[in-house]
Design a protein around this ligand. Structure first.
Ligand SMILES: *Cc1c(COP(=O)(O)O)cnc(C)c1O
Length: 463
């Protein structure tokens, strides 16, 4: 990724974060299909629509800030992942990216399974009608209440993450008279980054049990001794926003190595292997993710080869894409409130949201793009920083973006690729009211999560 520093940046580097931006795009009115939902289009009048509905009309009806979720886009991506992996594999959508009952229904209909990692997510999954056997429960510190809720509901798998949890799950299952299928989460010693993986410091994390040093093998011994647990497979998740499969290759090699060890020591061949999620998406036009078919083909080849090498039957493969399904399906619509030019630096464009509806920029310098969507403009590109309305100077929505120089209060901006980890990480900082999520399809809009109200805030504040 080649990005140039802001020409005037260094003078102010001590007070302003350094800029990262490329040259202005050739056409500020164009919508890059890599980052926009499938049905996004700019009409002849210049206004942008999604799902056949103008974003300006949606903003008028539902207010801003507003998440607009393209149901066709979401379902198309579900199908693409399902078809790419085929009937011998399972695709678990990672619910933490974004979960609501409507989304659970879509997933159920499209044949996907569902990962949850809390009692709250599990409740939504069950309320949305996901069959419990298609749900997996994750987490490094699931409470006894959450485990009880999951086992009682009959979830298809619990991914155990620690020695203590092995005992905890076993006791609860025993008390409920169940034999609970579990996978064991291992850390394989690979830390996946966007374009490389680094084989150091990787075991220094809170998730899973390390293969190196034998913790994972010891956990397998303990699980196999417990009658109320059925060990069905090994799970590995190497990171997020990954663009190539080299990290998965090392992970699969090591996980299959463990499967072979288990066969040799215990005489059992575990039937499942889960390689986790983390498959990257395009947040800006600079990002170049692979399509599900390429990823599926590559992961299958890797697993087949490793199993042949270890003389193991190929286990059932599962993957857990979250952002790669819902990320590009939504955009956030904001109204511009103020435009403040800092001569020689850039222009600050303030919108009616910010780190309460998208904390990713503040949290890990995530990059996004932004477009003027209520109208087209022929004005010159203006280097802008789109910021929120919160009391933090790090409250940045899009660090560096080119907007038309005539952008003004009352204009609507939309940030695409905000379907994952935005509404699900939304917070009430400054007692902000978390925005609604409106699903659109074929010219129809449906609120699937309503806007929070001041009454909601006051209801929690019991004096
Ligand atoms: C977060 C997570 C995922 C999904 O990650 P994405 O980057 O959204 O694909 C999948 N599996 C596990 C175990 C996770 O923790």
């Amino acid at each position: 990724m080649s990005r140039s520093a802001h020409p005037a940046g260094p003078r102010y580097a001590d007070v302003l974060p350094e800029g990262h931006y490329t040259a202005p795009p050739a056409d500020l009115n164009a919508l890059d299909p890599k980052v926009w939902p499938l049905t996004a289009a700019r009409s002849a009048t210049g206004a942008v629509s999604v799902g056949g509905l103008g974003l300006a009309e949606l903003a008028e009806e539902f207010g801003t800030a507003l998440f607009v979720l393209d149901e066709d886009d979401f379902r198309t991506r579900c199908r693409a992942w399902r078809d790419a992996f085929g009937p011998d594999a399972d695709v678990f959508y990672a619910g933490k990216a974004f979960l609501s009952r409507a989304v659970v229904r879509w997933l159920t209909e499209e044949g996907l399974n569902l990962d949850v990692c809390s009692g709250g997510e599990l409740s939504i999954a069950l309320a949305g009608g996901m069959p419990p056997e298609r749900i997996a429960l994750h987490g490094n510190n699931k409470s006894s209440a959450e485990l009880h809720q999951a086992i009682e509901a009959g979830v298809g798998r619990i991914v155990v993450d620690s020695f203590q949890e092995i005992v905890r799950v076993a006791r609860i299952a025993e008390r409920l008279g169940r034999r609970q299928p579990v996978q064991l989460r291992v850390t394989v010693g690979v830390e996946a980054h966007t374009h490389e993986f680094i084989a150091t410091a990787h075991e220094d994390q809170k998730f899973g049990l390390a293969l190196a040093g034998g913790q994972a093998a010891e956990a397998v011994r303990r699980v196999l001794k417990l009658d109320s647990l059925e060990l069905v497979g090994i799970h590995s998740h190497i990171g997020s926003q990954i663009f190539d499969t080299s990290g998965f290759e090392v992970a699969a090699h090591r996980v299959v190595g463990l499967l072979a060890e288990i066969r040799d020591e215990h005489g059992v061949e575990l039937p499942e292997i889960d390689l986790g999620g983390g498959l990257g998406i395009a947040y800006t036009s600079e990002d170049d993710p692979s399509d599900p078919h390429t990823i599926a083909k590559s992961l299958r080849e890797i697993v087949d080869r490793e199993c042949r090498g270890a003389r193991l039957a190929v286990p059932r493969l599962s993957v857990e894409p979250g952002r790669a399904i819902v990320g590009p399906s939504a955009c956030t619509v904001y109204e511009v409130g103020t435009v403040k030019e800092l001569p020689g630096l850039r222009t600050y464009v303030s919108v009616d949201g910010g780190m309460s509806d998208n904390v990713r920029t503040a949290l890990y310098d995530a990059e996004y793009s932004v477009s003027l969507v209520s109208r087209a403009s022929d004005a010159e590109p203006m280097l802008s920083r789109v910021v929120g309305k919160h009391c933090e100077s790090g409250d940045i929505v899009v660090r560096d973006a080119f907007l038309p120089a005539d952008v003004a209060p009352g204009d609507l901006l939309a940030v695409p690729a905000t379907g994952a980890y935005c509404r699900s990480m939304a917070n009430n900082y400054n007692h902000a009211l978390r925005p609604p999520v409106v699903a659109v399809r074929g010219g129809e809009a449906r609120v699937i999560i309503r806007r929070e109200t001041e009454e909601d805030l006051l209801r929690l504040d019991v004096g």
